[in-house]
Design a protein around this ligand. Structure first.
Ligand code: CA
Length: 370
């Protein structure tokens, strides 16, 4: 159902493009310059290095499709992390209007508002399919846009990684005790949960992880999954590759747009931009699933030790996650409002997916041998 919805949205995007093109051609033939579309040039900050064609690709898809669908009249140029602003300061740059828009992850900004974590992913939260259901059809995007309006920003989902991996470790981690004092790169509420389990949490942009891990400045690091992690070289810096990434079961990336710049856009450009973000959301997930499957096989063949988190760690992490949400909800009315609505949706969709998705997966997927 979701896929069909996305496909039809993309088709609508293509149709708007055709309509814009037709409008322009008619005007040219008749020699009457009415309803002319303005030329608009925007810049987009991102949190990513250009070497990651997957996640930077989300930004690229939006920019390329907006230009294609407006006949080159509305163009957005994406910039890698650090080219104009640092990777973790995209929201600040968009809020101040230094750049018109950005492609980033909302959970980099939980220091400004902890409820922003729900826009990307939270530990033991929603997978990609569920996250899209929540955002597009169960009030999630409205809740996030309400949070962002405080910053003079509007956001749209524009990519998803699927369920991530649980990170690279230089040594085996069997129990919660083994986590104590470990220096690990992990952002978002996942980082806060790890901190509650004794981890010394570090937040670094993607492009800085390899050197920190390789030189021993950190003992462990998570990024996304096999394809990206190999591109960053993380398999050369650590041997043990843990799964699953319980803190990011379906991480959404998003476009953030300066609200006043958004409001100044012609209505049809707004629709083109929205369609382009939906296309990026679908395309990134499909790309990740295809590439990660291949990359994981190559990693294991190359000697990486694929290791599941122990049940003890998973259970402790799950408890710490919900303790954290309850604590946040008790002291922050905004967090409480988003959390309670999200939690209700999670309970419902888990029940549904237990019946349809899980029963199928349990039967059909190859069983893990440990
Ligand atoms: Ca991650």
């Amino acid at each position: 159902m979701k896929r069909r919805h996305f496909v039809s949205s993309t088709a609508i995007g293509a149709a708007s493009a055709a309509a814009l093109g037709a409008c322009s051609r008619t005007a040219t033939r008749s020699g009457v310059q009415t309803n002319a579309q303005p030329r608009i040039r925007w810049r987009m900050a991102t949190s990513w290095p250009k070497s990651l064609e997957t996640i930077f690709g989300g930004a690229d898809t939006v920019c390329r499709r907006v230009s294609e669908m407006t006949g080159g009249r509305f163009t957005i140029t994406p910039f890698a992390a650090g080219e104009i602003v640092p990777g973790l300061q995209v929201l600040d740059a968009v809020q101040s209007g230094t750049l018109e828009c950005g492609h980033t992850a909302s959970y980099y900004y939980i220091g400004k508002n902890p409820a922003l974590g729900f826009g990307t992913a939270v530990p033991f939260g929603l997978n990609a399919q569920q996250q899209n259901a929540w955002l597009y059809h169960a009030g999630g995007l409205e809740a996030m846009q309400k949070l962002y309006s405080d910053f003079g920003v509007i956001n749209f989902p524009a990519g998803n990684t699927g369920t991530q991996m649980g990170g690279w470790f230089k040594r085996e981690i069997k129990s919660v005790t083994d986590l104590n004092g470990l220096k690990m790169r992990i952002p978002g509420l996942g980082g806060e949960v790890m901190s509650r389990l004794g981890v010394n949490v570090q937040v670094l942009p993607g492009g800085e992880i390899y050197l920190a891990l390789d030189r021993g400045a950190i003992d462990a690091a998570e990024w996304v999954g096999p394809h990206d992690d190999v591109k960053l070289g993380l398999n050369k810096a650590a041997q043990f590759y843990y799964y699953p990434g319980w803190w990011e079961p379906g991480a959404t990336l998003e476009i953030q747009i300066n609200l006043s710049k958004w409001q100044q856009l012609p209505k049809d450009y707004q629709q083109v931009l929205k369609s382009a973000t939906m296309e990026a959301n679908l395309n990134m997930l499909a790309q990740y699933d295809a590439l990660n499957a291949q990359a994981l096989t190559a990693l294991v063949a190359g000697g990486t030790k694929l290791t599941p988190y122990s049940k003890e760690i998973m259970q402790a992490a799950e408890k710490a996650s919900f303790d954290l949400y309850e604590a946040n909800a008790a002291k922050d009315a905004t967090f409480k409002q988003v959390y309670e609505q999200w939690k209700k949706f999670r309970e419902q969709v888990y029940k549904w997916n237990q019946v349809n998705e899980l029963s199928f997966a349990n039967f059909a997927y190859p069983q893990e041998k440990s």
